[in-house]
Design a protein around this ligand. Structure first.
Ligand SMILES: Cc1cc2nc3c(=O)[nH]c(=O)nc-3n(C[C@H](O)[C@H](O)[C@H](O)COP(=O)(O)OP(=O)(O)OC[C@H]3O[C@@H](n4cnc5c(N)ncnc54)[C@H](O)[C@@H]3O)c2cc1C
Length: 389
C-alpha cells in the first residue's frame, strides 16, 4: 500500500479543496438552515466532473481510479455532507450500477447526462418495511406484454424528488427470495410514479430525501438493468462502491473537525491563555487526529484493492464502519473543544455531528458492517436469526 499521493492525485485533491472552499462551504449553513437542496450547486459539481469521476470518459465520466474518486469525496464531505451525498448516490449507486450492469443503449442514454449533472438519479432499495434485510423487498414487478408493471413503495430515497431516473429494486417472483429480485431504470416522469419529500431530519437537511410510490408503473423490457434475478447482486455491488464513498466523505468530516478545533483552540482564551495550551484540550485534538489518520488509511486500502480488482467487501466494510463512527466521535469532540460556541451554527461542528449521524445508518448500519466483517472471518452468517425450535 502506498502512503504518498502521486502528483496527479495531489492536484485532484487540491483542486477539489479549492472548489469546496470557494463554492460549497460558503453555502452550507444557509442550505442547512433552509432545508434546501441546492440543485444549482449540485449541477456545478457535475460540471467539475465530480458526479461521475470513476465513470469511463466515453460515457461522460473522468475515468479516475477509486483513489482519485475518494480524494474528491473527502473534500466534498469536509465541506457539506448534503452535497457529498449527491456525489455518492449519483456516482457510486446510480452511475456505477448503470456502467457495470447496463446495456450499451442504457449507458448511452443515461450516463453522459448523469455525469454532467444535467440529470439526477436515485437508488430506490429501501422500503417502509424493508431496510437492513434488503433481500425482502416487497415492491412487485409483474410481467406484461413487452415489459413490466411495478407497484410498491420506497422509503428514505436520497435525490428521490429531484431525480429523472430511479433504480427501482423489485421482486419478480416472491417464491424465489433474493433470486427473484430485479432492478429497473424507471423514468420518474412515468405515469403512476410519485414522490414525497421527507422533512424534519436530524441532519443532512440540505439533502433531498423522499418517499416514492409506484402505482402500476409500466416500463418496457429495455428498462431492466441486468437480468431478472440480478437485482440483489446489482444492489450489493452498488453498495460496495457506495460504502467506500460514504467512508471517504467521513474522513472529510474528521478533517473538518480537526481544522475547526485547532483554529478555535488557538484563538479562544481562558485563564489568560489559548485553550490549546490545556492538555485536556490537546488530548481531544490528538484523539481526532488519530481517528482521521486511521480512517483515511482504511479508505485508501479499500480504494487500492478496488483499483487492483481484488476482493474488497470486508475491507470496504471495515473502512465504512470505522470512518463513520469516527466522524460521529470527532464531531462530538469538536463541539466539546468549542464549548458553547460549538452548539450553534456559527461554526460548522454542530452540523458535522448532525450530518455524520446518518452515516452509521445508511448504506448498511454499523451492526450490518460488523456482521459482514465477522462473517468473513468465521464463515458463519449471523445476519439471519437461527430459531431454537
Ligand atoms: C437520510 C437517509 C437517506 C437514505 N438514502 C437512501 C437511498 O438513497 N436509497 C435507499 O435505498 N435507502 C436509503 N436510506 C435508507 C437506509 O439505507 C436504511 O435506513 C438503512 O439501510 C437501515 O434500514 P432501516 O432504517 O430500515 O433500519 P432497520 O433495518 O429496521 O434496523 C434498525 C436497527 O436494527 C438493527 N438490525 C437490523 N438487522 C439486524 C441484524 N441482522 N443484526 C443486528 N442488528 C440488526 C440495525 O443495525 C439498526 O440498529 C436512507 C436513509 C436515511 C436516513
Amino acid at each position: 500500500m502506498s502512503f504518498q499521493l502521486t502528483d496527479e492525485q495531489r492536484l485532484i485533491s487540491e483542486t477539489a479543496r479549492d472548489f469546496v472552499d470557494n463554492e460549497v462551504v460558503p453555502r452550507a449553513r444557509d442550505s442547512d438552515r433552509a432545508e434546501r437542496f441546492d440543485a444549482d450547486l449540485a449541477r456545478r459539481l457535475g460540471a467539475m466532473g465530480y458526479l461521475g469521476a470513476p465513470v469511463a470518459e466515453d460515457y461522460g465520466g473522468r475515468g479516475l481510479d477509486h483513489l482519485g474518486y475518494g480524494l474528491i469525496v473527502e473534500e466534498v464531505g469536509r465541506g457539506d455532507s448534503a452535497m457529498r451525498t449527491v456525489v455518492s448516490v449519483q456516482t457510486s449507486l446510480v452511475c456505477g450500477s448503470i456502467e457495470r450492469w447496463g446495456t450499451e443503449q442504457q449507458k448511452q442514454r443515461w450516463l453522459p447526462r448523469l455525469c454532467s449533472g444535467e440529470a439526477f438519479g436515485c437508488f430506490a432499495l429501501t422500503e417502509p418495511d424493508t431496510g437492513s434485510d434488503a433481500a425482502s423487498v416487497r415492491t412487485r414487478a409483474e410481467r406484461i406484454e413487452g415489459g413490466w408493471r411495478l407497484s410498491g413503495q420506497k422509503m428514505w430515497i436520497s435525490l428521490g424528488s429531484v431525480a429523472e431516473v430511479a433504480l427501482v429494486f423489485a421482486q419478480t417472483d416472491p417464491g424465489q427470495g433474493h433470486r427473484g429480485m430485479a432492478c429497473f431504470l424507471v423514468p420518474t416522469g412515468s405515469e403512476g410514479f410519485s414522490s414525497q419529500e421527507i422533512h424534519g431530519k436530524l441532519g443532512l437537511r440540505a439533502s433531498d430525501t423522499a418517499a416514492l410510490a409506484l402505482d402500476a408503473v409500466e416500463v418496457p423490457d429495455e428498462a431492466l438493468l441486468g437480468e431478472v434475478g440480478d437485482g440483489f447482486k446489482v444492489a450489493m455491488s452498488a453498495l460496495d462502491s457506495g460504502r467506500y464513498s460514504v467512508a471517504a466523505g467521513c474522513v472529510g468530516i474528521c478533517q473538518g473537525c480537526v481544522d475547526a478545533s485547532v483554529a478555535y483552540a488557538k484563538e479562544r482564551k481562558q485563564f489568560g491563555v489559548p485553550i490549546a495550551s490545556f492538555q485536556l484540550v490537546q488530548e481531544m485534538i490528538a484523539d481526532m487526529i488519530v481517528r482521521r489518520d486511521a480512517a483515511r488509511l482504511l479508505v485508501r486500502r479499500a480504494g487500492e484493492l478496488k483499483d487492483a480488482g481484488e476482493p474488497n467487501t470486508r475491507e470496504t466494510s471495515v473502512a465504512k464502519l470505522y470512518a463513520t463512527e469516527s466522524a460521529v466521535e470527532c464531531a462530538n469532540l469538536a463541539i466539546q473543544v468549542h464549548g458553547g460556541a460549538g452548539y450553534v451554527d456559527d461554526h460548522p461542528v454542530e452540523r458535522y455531528l448532525r450530518d455524520a449521524r446518518v452515516t452509521t445508518l445508511y448504506e448498511g448500519t454499523s451492526q450490518i458492517q460488523k456482521l459482514i466483517i465477522a462473517r468473513d472471518a468465521t464463515g458463519i452468517n449471523a445476519m439471519t436469526p437461527v430459531r431454537a425450535d
